[in-house]
Design a protein around this ligand. Sequence first.
Ligand code: SF4
Length: 249
Amino acid sequence: MGTHLREDYGALAFFKAQKHAFADTLKRGAARESLVDALLGQAYDSFERNVEIQGDGLPPLACHKGCATCCTLRVTATAPEVLMIGRYIRWSAGALREMEIDLVERIYSADVKTRGLDEGDRVKLRLRCPYIHKGNCLIYQVRPLACRGHASYDVRTCVEAAGGRIAEVPYSLPHMTVRSLVQNAMQAALRDAGLAFGLYELNHAVVLELQDGQACAGWLAGADIFASARVHEVSDEEMARTYDSLNAL
Ligand code: SF4
């Protein structure tokens, strides 16, 4: 997928090219568990490359390894991202045991405290993400687009915002824009392929994934396996209308 978001290749054209590329991947990998890897490899690679292009000439980011200041906010993820995180947690079980980290317990405990809370409630709660360990993200390699798209130019304002004292943080526009375009292109392609394409609250959705030994097979068969974890700021119907109107342009 060689499409780049540049001034001469506008947001709509970029979205359409991304969606087309995701649709190709969906056609090639239909009904196979490796589809999750193919979709996310494409999404994360496209995100990183285009953020690099867009960020050229802009000030350096304040984000760095070991800073988890913003990791108290609600995280949303698509179904492939949740499935990948569930698989990564199972794959990391031995390493986590050696580090004496009961990650599954942490996720269940976080879910009990956060289930049903909206974004504003989560800011007030200031509960650290269950994946933080010594300031680092335990699932960094597979963190969702929502986390990748959250990058700041000023750590002091991040600290103030995490403490609920200010609302505005100078977030990186390239990260936010590219995340939104890539994520929505993948969601639109999932919808066209008849797969659940919504966004889910991460703690709740990962609990559902860990409880369901057949989660990936269910999703590939078209079931909305994480339905009870859906975030409802934008309804399916509204998203579908938006994707249809973009298709028509
Ligand atoms: S998943 Fe990782 S990057 Fe995302 S909020 Fe949690 S600790 Fe932070």
